[in-house]
Design a protein around this ligand. Structure first.
Ligand SMILES: [Zn+2]
Length: 138
């Protein structure tokens, strides 16, 4: 399930306010429209309606593709610099709080990224690999 809510954000440059759809997780199969928005660079993006200042919200985003079988997790690098990343990730690199699920064993090997553009690139990369695998098998 893709959890989302609206959040009112105030532009730091001109103080105009706008509502942003805030996502914490994207499941590619459950919410393909959320995947499309991610690939278009629109997820967790504040774009000021008045002065066009734009930035990604400072919050983690977990991407889950059940069909290909992987997860990728974006974290703002400030969480690493402050040490708050340890609220999400154990010192051994494993994500906290994700249940060990035999049908989702890749949850133990999540790919972490620290840039929203890199998350988009990684999703595209995995899509290309999956398409090639499907083509080779077909
Ligand atoms: Zn503005």
């Amino acid at each position: 399930m893709t959890l989302h809510r609206y959040k009112e954000i105030q532009c730091p440059d001109c103080s105009a306010k706008d509502e942003v759809i805030v996502l914490d997780t994207i499941n590619a199969q459950v919410s393909p429209e959320a995947k499309t928005a991610l690939l278009e660079g629109k997820t967790n993006l504040f774009a000021c309606p008045r002065c066009r200042t734009a930035f990604f919200l400072d919050r983690p985003l977990l991407y889950h593709d059940m069909q290909i079988g992987y997860m990728a997790w974006y974290f703002p690098f400030a969480l690493v610099q402050s040490g708050k990343i340890l609220d999400w990730i154990d010192p051994d690199g494993q994500a906290k709080g994700l249940e060990r699920n035999p049908e989702c064993d890749y949850a133990a090997s999540i790919h972490y990224v620290f840039d929203m553009d890199e998350l988009v690139r990684y999703v595209r990369f995995r899509d290309v690999l999956a398409e090639e695998t499907t083509r080779a098998e077909g």
